[in-house]
Ligand binder design. Structure first.
Ligand code: SAH
Length: 239
């Protein structure tokens, strides 16, 4: 069973949103398991101290290396990837999510305060992962994002109808626009909007071609970085 272990000061935050919908159903079915472990359990004094002031001064507190390391050692399973949620980490991606989903599971260290003592990152070779260029108050929400991405890729979690193959990022393109009934709809602005004719044409080939051209157009306009990467990859393929 694919296993996610979270090291956190707030274990009661889990499973949180991961207890609902696709991920929640898979959790109940035993497709994956989730273990949220309180870092405070590994504190050595009766106050349950887990953090201390930074050497060199400055604001905030830092998670102590001895406590956090003991927690990692107690919880890590051999072969499992060990991730530290961190705004300075490598941007998390669909590609990395697929790799992690193919493995035995992940250990996710959730930082709090200013972060964690650098030596723990080094000693445990933690992979620093960021969920975006913004700062959260703790790693828990980031860890949940990583788990959610991995879990929906596990065999048996998504139905065939929700096959991931055409989704955003799977082939370096963003998704095409979706429409459902009614075919004509007047919004709050009073304007009647019809779904594109091609989608009601019943012509599968034309639908597929339209969707692909939409994906390309949207990617080119919104994410020139993805578009450029795809173009470079194609050029290399042709070589
Ligand atoms: N002092 C740090 C921010 C600490 S935020 C800095 O300037 O970079 C507290 C914790 O929240 C971090 O240790 C990390 O675990 C988590 N966190 C905050 N933003 C994140 C992000 N974008 N991605 C992943 N984790 C994040």
């Amino acid at each position: 069973m694919w296993t996610a272990k979270a090291l956190t000061l707030f274990p009661e935050m889990f499973p949180g949103p991961l207890g609902e919908s696709l991920a929640g159903k898979a959790l109940k079915e035993g497709i994956w398991s989730l273990d949220a472990v309180d870092i405070r359990r590994f504190a050595k004094d009766r106050h349950g101290t887990v953090d201390d002031a930074p050497f060199g001064g400055g604001a905030g507190m830092v998670l102590k290396p001895d406590i956090l390391s003991a927690a990692i050692e107690a919880v890590a399973v051999p072969g499992m990837s060990k991730l530290l949620m961190s705004p300075r980490g490598a941007p998390f991606s669909q590609v990395r999510g697929r790799e992690l989903a193919a493995g035995p599971g992940v250990l996710l260290v959730c930082g709090r305060f200013e972060g964690v003592d650098e030596r723990v990152i080094e000693a445990h070779a933690l992979e620093e992962v960021s969920v975006g260029d913004f700062v959260l108050s703790g790693g828990e929400i980031a860890a949940m994002a990583v788990m959610d991405c991995c879990v929906r890729l596990l065999p048996g979690v998504m139905g065939a109808a929700q096959s991931a193959s055409e989704e955003s990022f799977e082939d370096g393109l963003l998704e095409y626009p979706h429409y459902t009934r009614p075919a004509t709809w007047a919004g709050p602005d009073g304007i009647e909007r019809r779904v594109p004719d091609v989608l009601v044409s019943g012509h599968h080939g034309k639908v597929a071609a339209w969707r692909m051209s939409q994906r390309e157009e949207i990617t080119r306009r919104r994410r020139p970085d993805l578009w450029e990467r795809r173009r470079t990859a194609k050029v290399n393929e042709e070589k």
